[in-house]
Design a protein around this ligand. Structure first.
Ligand code: ATP
Ligand code: MG
Length: 428
């Protein structure tokens, strides 16, 4: 029995086949019908010749259909199935809301409320198939480059960067928090594996309601030891993105045509320091610098615009963020202690990654914690990393939904989250 278009494409012309799928569309033409079946990797076109015996199929029925595979270059996947026999396995209890075939424009609220159904839409399901493909590419690249995949706990006592935006929970009478990043664990595992990665949910108790933030998102994190410079991390990210885009082009051509997108062709990614970038957009676009320590969303947009105009690139690494706005584990630039050896990757006007080199020396980390007003005693297990030996290292975190949103030129991150968690949404 066939469940994918990929395998059907490989089977011979006129082969007698059986395919399993959901009735995605049904058009009664009198003596025959056009039937679309939703299978694992898309929608298969079928012609159902039942002669005088009109056998209507209800949408969203689960069926197996047997018939002949007919190659036809005009058909969406290069073939059709001429169905002779249908076996109905299950019939829906009710007609689904009209969100599956993109006939009328669906509002985001309706889309999210009825996600269980709206995801059956061909494009929407392709969005999340793209996410799956991106993760498959990242994983393949990282595994090939000696990174070990880790699974760090999401419930913990402390916090990496302060408790302000962490969700609190009751834990058998103790106070516990949901992890806002796997930062500490990635670092702790550096002397163990030298290179680690994790692709998992993280939680941010940010109260704001913006088109770029979720309260739970998938963070693609990696961390690598024995780096010469933070630019080793940037170059690894560049190679990972390039590998992944090539991997998807090669392995998922149907997906890209369904989504009607082309993935970027990554060559060199330019570097610019935080200060230079800030000053350049202030001068070029005639703006006042309001916050000298961080980039406003509008500045991220303008930096990208400037690099698009001047260098025709959608990606730019902004480096050397001020120490003031970077966490205590960020390593300062020995040439100018006001800045850190850290970076953000901007893509089409928005930050998609933050990364950098970390402090690896015990005394240096101890002193930096105190300087930032933190009590080293609160970080006992984390500081064992530095105390008991650790190489120079660094890493990054990339937000999967945000990256996907920018690849697809979507305006709101909720559209690229399977079941988004925002300040108002806890179901489905
Ligand atoms: P922003 O400035 O956009 O709020 P951030 O600097 O607080 O992001 P980091 O802690 O640096 O975010 O997280 C690393 C990456 O994770 C970001 O570059 C982004 O891709 C993603 N990310 C961060 N916060 C969120 C969120 N609330 N929802 C979705 N993705 C997020
Ligand atoms: Mg950031």
């Amino acid at each position: 029995m066939f469940v994918t278009i990929k395998d059907l494409q490989k089977s011979e012309e006129k082969a007698e086949i059986t395919v399993a799928g959901m009735v995605h569309d049904f058009k009664d033409m009198g003596k025959f019908a056009f039937v679309s079946l939703r299978v694992a990797d898309g929608v298969v076109q079928c012609v159902y010749n039942y002669g005088a015996d009109v056998k209507k199929l209800k949408l969203e029925s689960a069926v197996t259909a047997s018939g002949e595979k007919i190659d036809d270059r005009r058909a969406p996947n290069g073939f059709e199935i001429h169905i002779k026999n249908v076996n109905v396995l299950s019939v829906p209890h009710e007609d689904a809301p009209d969100l599956i075939k993109n006939k009328s424009k669906t509002s985001m609220d309706a889309d999210l409320k009825y996600r269980v159904v709206s995801l059956r839409n061909n494009r929407r399901r392709a969005v999340f198939a793209l996410q799956s493909a991106l993760v498959a590419g990242f994983r393949a690249f990282l595994s090939q480059n000696a990174f070990t995949e880790i699974f760090s706990p999401k419930i913990g006592a402390g916090s990496a960067e302060g408790g302000a935006n962490m969700f609190k929970l009751e834990y058998f009478g103790q106070k516990a928090f949901l992890a806002q990043s796997p930062q500490f664990y990635k670092q702790m595992l550096i002397p163990v594996y030298m290179r680690v990665f994790e692709i998992a949910p993280v939680f941010r108790a940010e109260k704001h309601d913006t088109p770029r933030h979720l309260n739970e998102y998938i963070s693609v994190d990696f961390e690598m030891g024995f780096i010469d410079s933070f630019k080793d991390i940037c170059e690894t990210e560049r190679n990972m993105l390039k590998f992944t885009f090539d991997y998807i082009r090669e392995n998922y051509p149907n997906l890209l045509s369904t989504l009607k997108i082309e993935l970027p062709d990554i060559k060199e990614i330019p570097y610019v320091t935080f200060r230079e970038a800030k000053e350049a957009v202030a001068a070029k676009y005639n703006r006042k610098i309001k916050d000298p320590y961080d980039l406003e969303p509008e500045e991220e947009r303008l930096i990208s615009q400037m690099y698009k105009e001047e260098f025709d690139t959608d990606f730019v690494f902004v480096t050397h963020y001020p120490d003031k706005k970077r966490p205590f584990y960020a390593k300062n630039d020995p040439n100018d202690e006001k800045y850190t050896l850290s970076f953000d990757l901007l893509y089409k006007g928005m930050e998609i990654t933050t990364g950098g080199q970390r402090v690896h020396n015990y005394e240096e980390q101890y002193a930096k914690m105190e300087r930032k007003g933190l009590a080293p005693a609160d970080f006992e297990s984390y500081l064992m990393l530095h105390k008991y030996g650790c190489p120079p290292h660094g890493g990054l975190g990339l937000g999967l939904e945000r990256f996907c949103m920018k690849i697809l030129d979507e305006a709101n991150i909720r559209t690229t989250s399977l079941f988004p968690r925002d300040t108002a949404r806890l179901t489905p």
